[in-house]
Design a protein around this ligand. Structure first.
Ligand code: HEC
Ligand code: HEC
Length: 285
């Protein structure tokens, strides 16, 4: 009996040790990713006096910046899942007071915060495709937004979030930027370039780098955008303006982002995006 107890004790001890080692591994591996400092590339923008404020304000809305950072850019609690993470989309009116144009541009296009930290969730993988003129316009519009509000608290990542990071299921923004750069949506030449540009600078964030679909958030799939090929222009316009597909039923993610962001696209932008997506669907194998 005593012997059996002793052996049970050993087994439990070894199991506990393994659990402690696994937890230490997850902690160290995730901390390494969360604290990773990536050297930003120098950003080349057009001179600020040539940047268009109106274009920047249009991009702030249509590229969904305002959806996460708030209509007044003063920050929102963007994600709050117990044990996974609490993430704030920062107050950009205050960040803009601290950060240079280079630093804002590297946050937008490279996923590297102004203090050099790797960002999480910020969809720089799509914004990496914005032109130098568009990024300059965005920065001009951010700087023109009235300053106010509080600094948002720092992000905190819980045990499940850390397991996801250690296992490579969640990735830091600079890594996602790199992954996206390696596989891009098909290019059908100048005739479809304007529509493709919109798709790769915003739709790709949820629908994937090649627009062939991905899990937009745990449990929610954003489908392959060949689906858009079955939409005629009026139905596509209705989807962009109201977030409702032809069936009229609300969609879990798409309805909200359409109403807040895509309803601000001009008719010309919607037509260009539609033309590209229809061509892409037509050429799909
Ligand atoms: C899906 C939500 C989301 C969208 C859309 C989004 N952001 Fe962010 N952004 C975030 C989050 C979250 C962070 C902070 C990430 C962190 O703490 O690791 C962030 C960080 C930033 C930062 C870095 C701030 C710093 O501390 O250095 C800038 C600048 C920024 N975003 C600008 C923009 C602009 C401009 C757009 C639109 C072109 C945009 N964001 C769209 C969620 C978003
Ligand atoms: C914030 C994430 C997100 C962004 C950004 C996004 N989508 Fe979606 N989209 C989804 C998800 C998720 C679905 C699946 C339905 C749902 O759960 O909302 C979807 C569904 C769709 C559908 C299928 C609707 C149907 O008939 O069921 C189309 C078409 C579509 N999106 C087009 C676009 C286009 C075009 C853009 C860029 C202008 C875009 N989406 C940007 C998340 C997104």
């Amino acid at each position: 009996m005593a012997k059996l107890l002793r052996w049970t004790g050993y087994v439990v001890g070894v199991l506990l040790l393994l659990i402690v080692l696994a937890a230490a591994y997850v902690w160290i591996a995730s901390a390494q990713k969360l604290n990773a400092r990536v050297e930003p590339r120098p950003e080349r923008l057009i001179p600020m006096e040539q940047a268009s404020l109106e274009e920047g304000q249009h991009l702030l809305v249509t590229r969904a910046c305002a959806e996460c950072h708030g209509p007044d850019l003063r920050g929102t609690k963007f994600l709050d899942v117990p044990n996974v993470a609490t993430l704030y989309a920062p107050n950009l009116t205050l960040v803009a007071k601290q950060a240079s144009d280079q630093q804002l541009a590297q946050a937008i296009r490279q996923g590297i915060g102004y203090q050099g930290e790797s960002l999480l969730v910020m969809p720089s993988e799509s914004y990496a495709n914005l032109t130098d003129a568009e990024v300059a316009a965005l920065i001009k519009a951010i700087r023109a937004t009235p300053t106010g509000g509080q600094r948002t608290p720092p992000r905190s990542v819980g045990p499940l979030g850390r397991i996801g990071l250690a296992a490579g299921q969640f990735k830091m923004a600079p890594q996602v930027v790199e992954d996206y750069a390696a596989a891009q949506a098909a290019d059908f030449g100048p005739k479809f370039a304007a529509g493709r540009h919109i798709a790769v600078t915003v739709c790709s964030g949820c629908h994937g780098s090649t627009l062939s679909g991905k899990e937009a958030e745990p449990g929610t799939i954003a489908p392959d955008l060949t689906m858009a090929g079955s939409y005629d222009l009026p139905a596509f316009k209705k989807l962009m303006h109201t977030g409702l597909p032809p069936s009229g039923r609300e969609l879990k993610m798409m309805t909200g982002v359409s109403r807040k962001a895509f309803s601000h696209f001009t008719d010309e932008e919607i037509a260009a995006l539609h033309a590209y997506l229809v061509e892409r669907a037509r050429r799909a194998p």
